[in-house]
Design a protein around this ligand. Structure first.
Ligand code: SAM
Length: 215
């Protein structure tokens, strides 16, 4: 599997300077951001879908939000981050790229902020979930009313370093519990009567879901 991953990484086009700088910053400071191959896949979906609106749960330093915007610059992105230092860094990075009018960062817990968006009748073409892995089912359930009829929900980290398949190598109860939560989420999601879902084994695992009644 590692050789396939290495191979796929080589197929990803060289990052622009600002992207490479943000990625290096994240790695240096151990901030988890999307892996290159899954990010490339996400941005490819953005190019295909041509979304007017994107909602992201989990901004971190603004890296994936900026990359999605770069993939389809007409899109308007709303992204939610609950950690204040991450929020401040994301604000700074988005300002540096002069994208303040295109990327709106909400500082707060997505479990609450999503309800505020719903009250304001805001709907999205793409919803990207990349936050606390143990909460994915709650995030997914909460964002559903915000999805446009033919919208797409994408989740990252749903294979969780392969632990969802085999957590016997993990000597850490917390990681084992997390792996179980994600495994349960994947089962719930792939059996969900309302969505067609595919799981793509790239990066840390990405799911793509569309509503069944979108015709
Ligand atoms: N999407 C980012 C990227 O690839 O550039 C990486 C996001 S990082 C994996 C996850 C982020 O989600 C963290 O910064 C964390 O603080 C944030 N987060 C976790 N739970 C959250 C919640 N309930 N509401 C908002 N943000 C949350």
């Amino acid at each position: 599997m590692d050789s396939v991953t290495d191979y796929l990484r080589q197929t990803v086009p060289k990052h622009k300077k600002w992207m490479a700088e943000l990625e290096s910053y994240a790695h240096e400071h151990q901030i988890p951001v999307m892996e290159p191959v899954s990010l490339h896949f996400l941005t490819q979906i953005v190019r295909m879908k041509k979304p007017k609106t994107i909602l992201e749960i989990g901004t971190a330093i603004g890296y994936s939000a900026l990359c999605m915007h770069n993939a389809y610059p007409t899109s308007k992105i709303t992204t939610i981050e609950k950690n204040e230092s991450m929020y401040q860094l994301a604000l700074k990075n988005i300002k540096k790229q002069e994208k303040e009018s295109k990327i709106d960062i909400i500082f707060g817990d997505a479990l609450e902020e999503v309800n505020v968006l719903a009250l304001n009748n805001i709907a999205f073409d793409i919803i990207f979930i990349d936050a606390a892995k143990g909460q994915y089912k709650r995030f997914f359930e909460l964002v559903q009313p915000l999805l446009k009829k033919d919208g797409i929900i994408i989740c990252d980290n749903i294979l969780f370093r392969g632990y969802v398949v085999n957590d016997s190598t993990v000597n850490n109860k917390r990681l084992q519990n997390l792996a179980k939560k994600i495994r349960d989420f994947n089962e719930w999601l792939t059996r969900n009567e309302d969505y067609h879902t595919s799981i793509i084994p790239i990066g840390d695992g990405v799911s793509v879901s569309i509503k069944k009644n979108n015709i």
